[in-house]
Write a protein that binds this ligand. Structure first.
Ligand SMILES: C[S@@+](CC[C@H](N)C(=O)[O-])C[C@H]1O[C@@H](n2cnc3c(N)ncnc32)[C@H](O)[C@@H]1O
Length: 223
């Protein structure tokens, strides 16, 4: 996703109490970086932060680490999070934002971090054969995620791209994940077909594609 340069983004992040300036320095000890030591969920490619803001507001008993390669995105995300938490009279104590390339996520998250869930929402589809290895669901990355995801932990994946979705289902199976939920049109699922306690928080891309009439493909892959 392209984003216009935002000269204010990095200075605001640098002054932000919930921005990790050197994420790799926290590898293996993310639990101690949050106010409360509680389960850790990670969003990869968090974009403008709409999803993590709403998840974290609704789930104060879970810590969220939201990662994106672009500081400009995270800068927008920071503003989104602060606004939503302010409106709800809550201080932001269960989100940390980090700028990092997921290609090297193994430098930032270790087995000791005991990640219980990973969210990958509307990642770039990289349709050309020679670029598929850049996908955030590509097997080499899934193997990296397995290193810090606890047994029984889940990857929750959403996309608008059918080819990426179907190939990702294959990647998950290839890497030994169990697919516990698969939907080819998440928003059209009757509530009794959705996993118990599941609440869908829309992302920026999801909203955009839904307005265009495109379905959201979704799966949960359990380690
Ligand atoms: C298409 S956008 C989706 C944003 C958001 N998840 C949503 O659903 O609206 C993909 C996001 O992934 C980020 N991204 C792409 N490749 C990445 C990488 N290798 N490491 C970290 N973030 C990445 C981009 O900067 C962008 O914000």
């Amino acid at each position: 996703m392209r984003i216009r340069k935002k000269p204010w983004a990095q200075p605001e992040l640098d002054a932000c109490a919930f921005y990790a300036k050197e994420p790799a320095a926290n590898a293996g000890k993310w639990g101690s970086c949050f106010k409360k030591n509680q389960p850790l969920h990670v969003e990869l490619g968090c974009g403008k932060g709409c999803f993590v803001a709403r998840c974290a507001l609704a789930n104060p008993d879970i810590n969220y680490l939201a990662i994106d390669i672009k500081s400009d995105m995270l800068g927008v995300g920071r503003r989104t999070i602060v606004k939503l938490f302010d409106e709800n009279n809550r201080s932001v104590d269960n989100i940390i934002l980090a700028a990092y390339n997921v290609e090297q996520i193994d430098k930032v998250l270790k087995a000791d971090d005991k990640v219980e869930r990973i969210y990958i929402n509307f990642c770039n589809p990289w349709p050309r054969a020679k670029h598929k290895k850049r996908r955030l669901t590509f097997p080499k990355k899934l193997e990296m995620y397995k290193e810090f995801l606890v047994d029984g932990g889940e990857i929750r994946f959403k996309t608008d791209d059918k080819e990426l979705f179907e190939e990702s289902l294959t990647y998950f199976k290839q890497c030994g994940f169990k697919l516990s939920f698969i939907s080819y049109d998440l928003h059209a699922e009757p509530s009794d077909k959705l996993p118990v306690d599941f609440v869908n928080y829309e992302t920026e891309h999801e909203r955009m594609f839904t307005e265009m009439g495109k379905p959201t493909f979704c799966c949960f892959a359990e380690k």
